[in-house]
Design a protein around this ligand. Structure first.
Ligand code: HEM
Length: 337
């Protein structure tokens, strides 16, 4: 309603200014009765030029945007489409994980633990992983608050508490984002060489990582990271980079772009964020409940040798060649790198 009255107020004013400058198409105006003259000219301007241009001397260039129809599309997206898409993707992923768990169960060790361990992630890598993971979880919760908070949380805790929580959530989202951005860059540097395509990927993809083989799961050799983990790595890197760039646009409004750019940054930020939440839910499942023995890799940093041979046999062979695996009873002094 406010936009309409602004439009009604501004358009005749702009047209009147143009008329007074002698820019109007005089013959058309001259043929029409006085009452219709302005309306027709305005319509012509809109039809023929597609926009009204002018010059303003207001110091803030943003204030020169009088009408921005795309703003309505963005509002519809934010208020209607986004909560539905986000709910569908996230609840859908949780359902898929639940169905998979009840249908296929945990991926268990086919052999027995050997009792001998091998270092899979050193202390620096684990610190990096858990810092980035904690930052991501804070960003995910505070980001989802923007989509669902008013609808789901406010009715539960009341407007006062919701307002206080949302203010803190916003600060957390702004400041913790820097830790996440740094974490993504460092993860990229630390693990890129283990996440390039290799000769084991095709076979892994052909048998979908053995995820749907309930019994007699075949052995799929892989290097330090298997193809599924590489996909997680690249989702984190590419998703993290696009979240970071669009996030910086949003952290510094209008510093790098105009109103259209701001809206696009929000579209991309919201959609990539939701996809990443879904991907990370799958990752958390596999790293904890989904696969026996996986959590130790990021927990203590060391895994059982038989677990490593079952899931990353090419990597174990490489470590053996390097002499990083010591006979039973001895622990490797150096990380398995
Ligand atoms: C509570 C949440 C999380 C748990 C329990 C978890 C667990 C794990 C585990 C067990 C591994 C090692 C797998 C192996 O042995 O190779 C791992 C690796 C990794 N994690 Fe997480 N993680 C969590 C959250 C995150 C988050 C939020 C991110 C990034 C946004 C992330 C990114 C990675 C990456 C890139 C790897 C290496 C590639 C891979 O193994 O998929 N993790 N995580």
């Amino acid at each position: 309603m406010r936009n309409l009255s602004l439009y009604q107020l501004v358009c005749p004013t702009v047209v009147a200014l143009i008329v007074s400058c002698g820019l109007l198409i005089e013959p058309v105006a001259a043929q029409e009765p006085a009452g219709q003259r302005q309306e027709l000219s305005e319509q012509q301007l809109l039809d023929e030029l597609g926009k009204i241009q002018g010059r303003v001397s207001i110091p803030d260039p943003k204030a020169t945007t009088l009408q921005q129809p795309q703003g309505r599309d963005y509002q519809t997206f934010e208020r209607t489409a986004l909560p539905w898409v986000a709910g569908f993707v996230i609840v859908g992923m949780l359902l898929l994980i639940g169905i998979y768990y009840f249908a296929m169960g945990r991926i268990r060790l086919k052999t027995h633990p050997s009792g001998q361990t091998i270092v899979r992630f050193n202390a620096a890598e684990r610190l990096l992983h858990w810092t980035t993971a904690t930052a991501f979880i804070v960003l995910a919760i505070t980001g989802l608050n923007l989509i669902f908070g008013r609808r789901l949380l406010m009715p539960l805790i009341g407007p006062e508490a919701f307002s206080t929580w949302s203010i803190w959530a916003k600060y957390a989202h702004h400041y913790v984002s820097w830790a996440f951005m740094a974490g993504v860059v460092l993860m990229f540097v630390a693990w890129i060489r283990h996440n390039l395509p290799d000769r084991y990927d095709a076979a892994w993809l052909r048998s979908a990582g053995g995820f749907f083989e309930r019994t007699n799961r075949r052995h799929l050799p892989s290097g330090r990271f298997n193809t599924g983990q590489k996909l997680i790595f690249w989702s984190v890197v590419l998703g993290g980079v696009s979240l970071s760039f669009t996030g910086i646009y949003l952290l510094f409004p209008f510093a790098f772009t105009d109103i259209n750019g701001m809206q696009w940054a929000q579209y991309v930020h919201a959609i990539v964020g939701i996809i990443m939440v879904a991907v990370i839910l799958a990752h958390i499942y596999i790293g904890t409940l989904g696969m026996e023995g996986a959590y130790q890799a990021m927990g203590s940093g060391a895994v059982d040798l038989n677990w490593a041979k079952e899931h990353h046999s090419a990597w174990v062979e490489e470590q053996q060649r390097k002499g990083a695996i010591r006979p039973r009873g001895q622990t490797a002094a150096e990380p398995a790198e």
